[in-house]
Design a protein around this ligand. Sequence first.
Ligand code: PLP
Length: 389
Amino acid sequence: MRLAKRVEKLPPYLFVEISRKIAEKKARGEEVISFAIGDPDIPTPKHVIDRLCEAARDPANHRYPESDSLPQLRRAVAQWYERRFGLSFDPNKEVLPLIGSKEGIGHIAFCFIGSGDIALVPDPGYPVYSVSALLADGEPYYLPLREENNWLPDLDAIPKDVLEKARLLWINYPNNPTAAVADLEFFNRAVHFAKQHDLVVCHDGPYTEVAYDGYQPVSFMQADGAMDIGVEFHSLSKSYNMTGWRIGMAVGNATMINALMRLKSNLDSGIPQAIQYAAIEALNGPQDCIHEHNAIYERRRNLIIEVLNDIGLKAEPPKASLYIWAKVPEGYNSMDFTADLLDQVGVAVTPGVGYGKSGEGYVRLSLTIPDAALVKGLSRLANWRSTRR
Ligand SMILES: *Cc1c(COP(=O)(O)O)cnc(C)c1O
């Protein structure tokens, strides 16, 4: 059988080795405590599930949904953006619900990237930005995120020949995996840069609601001129613990939104309607759950940071996102260190290099670990130091 080249050039799964080790340990009956899963452990809020169940029983929701979703959902998204960021979007032209934001992130490459075109993607970064460029017969060009630059890409360092072929700039703040945040000044610079070089900007912002110490992330769409050249992807996954229901959205420039809608209408048949009603409930309903969840993550964050620093890993407490980005101890790279933690104390973390070359030297720990496992995991981490030869 001959597979198309685009499938063959899909990058190998970088965590094969680690996943194999975890599976072996589990097969031997050993318990592995995982800080590697970026998926909220707390259930979807009850009022959202109640609405979902009610909507699931209504036969009107058993049929094909519209590609552009229920108008009430597009309105709920626009109203949420208005309340949260003071932005106004036309629900009919500037809002598009998605089957999880990953779906839209993957598909938008096909609207802007063709053969020989370049997508500018952060390194380390969410793998879909680069893989979607490859699938669209283009190429990713990696923008290293470095600590000395506050984990922001250095746009002025992009070579001229790359810029000539570049069509699309990906940015993502609060960032996964580095947990870095960006302010409006950076977003303004990104818009200016994109206009100068005839790029579109796609901002991936699923963590704008997951923040600590009273910090409130901004939206990329608040930047001057963002509406002219950009869209923002957002999601109910991380804000409302709804990863399993698959619902997100894109908002922004009407031409970009329309292009994505036209493409999608040929590939999928919309979001199951009961899930759309659940999303409307989440967006319009009480928002206390967000503060409650953030308080839980903040407490876990503080406990983890303390232990990491005690055992000699340098890590700053993140202002937002679900992650801690920690520098591995001297003498290790991120794969070695991950393997050592797993072998010595049965704790799984994610090696930074899995998110790109520039993630080397770091590991990612997730705050989505249930409290009982967290307590065990922390005491195992604390013991790691005594296992060092
Ligand atoms: C979780 C995540 C997403 C995808 O979320 P969906 O569940 O598909 O809405 C997108 N980007 C980043 C950086 C993420 O961490």
